[in-house]
Design a protein around this ligand. Structure first.
Ligand code: FAD
Length: 762
């Protein structure tokens, strides 16, 4: 079927047409147009989308997955460029000899029923085609439109309006199909090396655009700021230019947080003042393209300029996902160095403190061909995390990964730029880097926006929790390896350090109301956090009131964030005996209370007079030990409640005496325990036996998994020799447990607390 026949077919009587890959944004637009023209349309895809559901209500016969039988009865089959031989529906159409056309051919034929306005160029065509449709619609000319993304302000990505003669369409140059179009007018935004998987070189790209321009009957509106557009469009007699110079000029540009203002001029004459609510100078230039076309069409430029004010961007075009005074998170489709640079400029215009990028490269060929340009663009940001390449339909190219771009960015002077191959880990890395005042942009044409959505939700919850607790520290994805003495553990989803009891209790209440699990940790000296980290709020009570203690006669009143070492130091100074055993225990008072820690024949609750704690509803209560169940290495009340402070009782002595006893205990500990990173004793002592001796006599001393090793000094300690993961440590714990069971028939129970989630399978 040639172009003429295809046009007659689509604009003639109702036909039965099948679309392969109908769920993609480009193909679903074609389906919408065909349905509006009265055709009987079926479509197949691997996935279902909200747009497919909407089209089903308009009559689309949707099938999933792809099957050969889908084409039965079809008089025409349209497919997206991603569909190739091997797809059963495609293969069946070829075998049956059913006419088979590509998406762009179908679109070109659909446009030929009206006066087409084709918006093309490497960057910005979705925004400009959406702007054009919106402005023309506001000017009352009833355009049809076809735009390759979701555009909330237009309602749908494609619409056939029988009442108007213009048809605004986004022309895709990526696969060379741009030469299919014969529009009335063309807008050319920019031309530069891109899609080098399809085009041999820039000359081949120029040639495709030149052919399109020869096929453009009316005006060619091009950007004079772009060298490529100037080179290709400039020689055409029917071309008019816009930009900083040219026929139509933008003057007095002023950026605002999410938009800008400027004066739109023809030569020296000011035609309109424009207020834009999409950010960045590049969008102001885009608006000039639309206004230049409107002026050439003889429309009222004042009315069109006014319509610009109500334009809101396409999905994934500097789209705000989360905004608060502390954090701004936007998502952008940019996947070419020029686009990244424009996004960073727009991000700077928001006036936020730092611009952080989370970038997912798109296609191996582009990543390889433009690596230096990508490096320069990424280096424009204050910090960047690059994840792995989204392949689109490509096969991997050996040696091409996000690391290539990180290396290039470093060559361009970037300091704070990191590679994380797994998308989720990259998102967490970016989240960890955020500080109040930052703007984070998730960037790329693949699926990085899903990470943006997760980050936005986490930032929302973080802000709610932070507001509840008032002053203090609030961060996303804090690595728990930094907060455990074993130095292992994945990230805490929300890391919070309140400074007051009121703040903490409010935090407890709000977390409960939001359904966010909450755990309080101390210095992590009795914890092994799994590598997948902790979901929910992880609270450390060490700042402000929690870190204070006072000696009052024989008593010490201490907040739960006081280090045991500091407490025993305070007792020495005050000449107060009874706290010597605490000196070498690397925990805080809170963990010591929960664990009823002890050494040298003493345990914490031998000395506790009063415990102050908060319950799960955020109420503050107090109890004496006689009102509590006190067990060996466990206070059950504190499993479900949170210790806030305590009053310990000691006995009056002399500073010199207390100091000497403390030194003796420290020397004993030093000679019997390993110095490396550990979580103390892994197992409880079973009745009548010492866990360490059982492990030793089972021959398990010194055994190791990865960088985790059973200490040869004290067999109940596992030491991280540097770089061990939680899964190494836990595998060794199980190996030891099994070994002791086999040798002695004794099942050792953990003294150490194991919390958190496994890493998701890759
Ligand atoms: C080298 C070394 C030597 C050790 N020697 C000893 C020893 O001799 N005797 C001994 O008993 N232990 C010892 N330990 C284990 C550990 O130090 C103690 O259990 C310590 O009291 C834990 O305190 P933490 O602040 O590190 O608590 P974490 O390990 O952070 O937490 C322990 C538990 O307490 C909970 N918790 C923490 N704060 C609160 C709170 N405010 N309210 C409610 N729950 C809370 C946590 O959720 C967790 O369940 C040793 C550990 C190491 C690494």
């Amino acid at each position: 079927m040639n172009a003429q026949q295809l046009s007659e077919f689509l604009h003639g009587s109702a036909r039965r047409i099948h679309l392969i890959g109908v769920a993609g944004s480009g193909m679903s637009g074609i389906a919408a147009l065909l349905l509006a023209l009265g055709h009987r349309v079926s479509g197949s895809d691997k996935v279902d989308t909200a747009e497919v559901k909407r089209l089903q209500t308009l009559g689309l016969d949707f099938r999933t997955p792809h099957r050969a039988s889908d084409i039965e009865g079809a008089e025409l089959v349209i497919h997206s460029s991603a569909i190739r031989a091997g797809n059963p529906t495609y293969d069946a159409a070829r075998t049956a000899g059913t006419p088979l056309v590509r998406r762009a051919e179908a679109l070109a034929a659909l446009i030929s029923g009206k006066k087409g306005i084709l918006v093309c160029g490497m960057h910005g065509k979705t925004t400009v085609s959406a702007m054009t449709a919106h402005v023309l619609r506001s000017a009352g000319v009833h355009p049809s439109h076809y735009v390759g993304a979701e555009i909330p302000i237009l309602g749908t990505n494609a619409r056939w309006d029988a009442g108007g003669e213009l048809f605004v369409a986004e022309g895709d140059e990526s696969d060379g199909t741009i030469v299919q179009y014969h529009p009335e007018h063309s807008i050319v935004l920019n031309i530069e090396p891109e899609h080098l998987d399809h085009y041999h070189d820039l000359a081949a790209i120029d040639a495709a655009f030149t052919q399109l321009l020869h096929q453009t009957a009316g005006k060619i509106v091009y950007c004079s700021d772009d060298e490529g557009a100037r080179r290709v469009c400039g020689p055409f007699a029917n071309a008019v230019s816009y930009g900083k110079t040219g026929h139509y000029i933008m003057r007095d540009f002023r950026a605002a947080e999410f938009g800008s203002t400027f004066t739109f001029c023809r030569g020296g004459e000011a035609l309109a003042t424009v207020v834009l609510n999409v950010p960045g100078e590049h969008n102001a230039t885009n608006a000039c393209a639309v206004l230049a076309l409107a002026a050439e069409l003889g429309l009222d430029v004042g009315v069109c300029a006014k319509a610009m004010e109500s334009f809101r961007g396409a999905r994934r075009r500097f789209e705000t996902l989360f905004a608060s005074p502390d954090y701004l998170l936007v998502d952008d489709y940019g996947h070419h160095p020029t686009e990244i640079a424009a996004v960073v400029r727009a991000a700077r215009d928001t006036g936020r403190r730092r611009v952080v990028l989370l970038f997912q490269p798109h296609r191996y060929t582009r990543t390889q061909a433009l690596q230096e340009e990508f490096g320069r663009a990424l280096a424009l940001a204050d910090a960047a995390v690059v994840t792995d390449v989204y392949p689109a339909s490509e096969e991997p190219i050996s040696g091409v990964s996000g690391q290539l771009l990180v290396d290039a960015a470093q060559r361009s002077g970037a300091k704070d730029v990191h590679y994380e191959s797994v998308r989720g880990a990259a998102g967490r890395c970016a989240g960890q880097m955020l500080r109040p005042g930052d703007l984070l942009v998730t960037l790329g044409a693949g699926n990085i926006h899903e990470q943006g959505a997760a980050l936005a939700e986490d930032l929302r919850v973080l802000e709610v929790l932070r507001a509840a607790m008032g002053s203090g520290v609030a961060r996303l994805y804090e690595p728990m390896a930094k907060h455990t003495t074993m130095r292992v553990g994945g990230p805490a989803q929300f890391w919070l350090e309140p400074e007051t009891e009121v703040g903490f209790c409010e935090l407890v209440r709000v977390a409960h109301a939001e359904g966010v699990p909450l755990i309080v940790v101390g210095r992590g000296s009795n914890l092994i956090v799994r590598d997948g980290g902790l979901r929910g709020a992880v609270v450390r009570l060490r700042l402000g009131v929690f870190g204070e203690f006072v000696v009052e006669g024989e008593r010490i009143r201490a907040g739960v964030g006081v280090r045991l070492k500091a407490l025993s130091g305070g007792a020495i100074t005050a000449g107060l005996g009874g706290f010597e055993w605490m000196e070498g225990i690397p925990g805080d008072v809170g963990g010591c209370l929960r664990m009823n820690a002890g050494a040298m024949g003493v345990e914490a609750f031998d000395q506790v007079e009063r415990l102050r704690y908060a319950d799960r509803e955020g109420n503050i209560l107090e109890k004496t030990p006689s009102e509590l169940e006190v067990n060996y290495r466990s206070i059950p009340l504190l499993r479900a409640n949170y210790a806030l402070s305590v009053v310990f009782r000691g006995e009056l002595s002399t500073p010199a005496g207390v100091e000497q006893r403390t030194k003796d205990y420290a020397a004993k500990r030093k000679s019997s325990q390993p110095a490396g990173a550990s979580a103390g004793c892994i197992f409880r002592n079973p009745d009548g036996a010492k866990a360490g001796q059982l492990i030793d006599s089972a021959g398990l001393k010194n055994s190791c998994i990865g960088r985790a090793r059973v200490s040869d000094r004290h067999a109940n300690f596992i030491v991280n020799e540097g770089g061990a993961s939680a899964s190494d440590v836990l595998a060794l714990v199980e190996e030891v447990r099994a070994g002791v069971l086999a040798r002695h028939g004794v099942r050792l129970e953990n003294e150490v607390q194991v919390i958190g989630e496994e890493l998701p399978a890759a």
